[in-house]
Ligand binder design. Structure first.
Ligand SMILES: [Cu+2]
Length: 305
């Protein structure tokens, strides 16, 4: 499929599927939290035995249950596929019916604490809910509050960014469609460079992951480095699935996990220092120069921006 066809299909499916997907992930999260079953495990993957459905993991002490050691854990096949030797992982240890050790909710990367984001993202959830069907925050609207974590594990929120304008887009690090995320990321990097050259101050960059479970801060850190992006003022952000889902919905992006990838639309936005969405593009050929010019215009004619 070409990107246009993809987009059409994605939009058609948006209302039905996006709602369903978000519903699912919310449910899973609260189930896990409510039951609190098993023990949190942090460890390093030594090797993987796909045939037996297990992985050898060198885990840290599991408080109240087991000292640090290297042992085999059973993993679901979907979890086995996303890990490789030397990955740092975390998950939850449960017992199978026959007493075997199983690791569930396996995530690659560091254990991330999203609690500092909760309060702000409750506001986001409220704002998102208030949107009439088919509406999203676009040009001229005030951006809703949100709080996510960047590649250094720091909180990035609209409040933190106040006083700075920011560019925002949506990407995921495993995207292999050269015309989508990779292009979008290199354009954001280009724009950061241009802004420096033209001495445009107080402009930040925020790239929201569409794949927050995989794109942990450390994964995003590696991604930023691969693009030679300067940390300063460029935030690759991730967060709880529910918050990211609300971002996707609020800003009119379509994102559908499909087989090994995520089919998604593009949305690139410029938000003013006052929190107003000044410009938005849904195309892959958006121009960094045009966005920069729009920002300059708003700063030079503040009364009528
Ligand atoms: Cu992509």
């Amino acid at each position: 499929m070409n990107p246009v066809q993809k987009r059409v299909i994605q939009w058609a499916l948006l209302s039905v599927l996006a709602a369903g997907l978000l519903g699912c992930s919310q449910k899973n999260e609260s189930q896990a939290d409510a039951s609190g079953e098993g023990y949190p495990v942090v460890g390093l993957v030594i090797d993987i035995n796909s045939e037996e459905g297990s992985a050898k993991i060198k885990h840290e002490e599991i408080p109240g249950f087991m000292p640090a050691m290297t042992m085999d854990f059973r993993l679901d096949s979907a979890d086995l596929e996303k890990i490789k030797a030397e990955d740092k992982i975390h998950g939850r240890l449960v017992r199978d019916e026959d007493g075997g050790f199983r690791l569930i909710e396996v995530k690659v990367g560091d254990q991330v604490d999203y609690r500092p984001l909760e309060k702000t993202n409750r506001k986001l959830a409220k704002k998102t809910k208030s949107l009439p069907s088919g509406r999203y925050f676009g040009e001229g609207d005030e951006t809703p509050e949100f709080a996510l974590l960047n590649q250094n594990g720091e909180v990035v929120s609209v409040k933190n960014l106040r006083g700075k304008a920011f560019m925002m887009n949506f990407i995921f690090t495993r995207c292999t469609d050269a015309k989508m995320c990779p292009l979008s990321t290199s354009k954001m990097a280009t724009m950061q460079r241009l802004a420096q050259e033209q001495q445009v101050a107080d402009l930040a960059f925020v790239s929201v992951s569409l794949d927050p479970e995989y794109d942990t801060p450390s994964v995003l850190k590696r991604y930023a480095e691969a693009y030679g992006i300067e940390d300063e003022g460029f935030h690759f952000v991730t967060g709880p699935m529910e918050a990211v889902g609300n971002m996707i919905r609020s800003f009119g992006v379509t994102s559908l996990p499909r087989d090994e990838t995520i089919m998604h639309s593009l949305a690139t936005m410029l938000v003013s220092e006052k929190g107003e969405i000044l410009m938005r593009s849904e195309r892959s050929d958006w121009s960094p120069e045009a966005f920069l010019a729009r920002l300059q215009k708003s700063r030079h004619a503040p009364s009528n921006s």
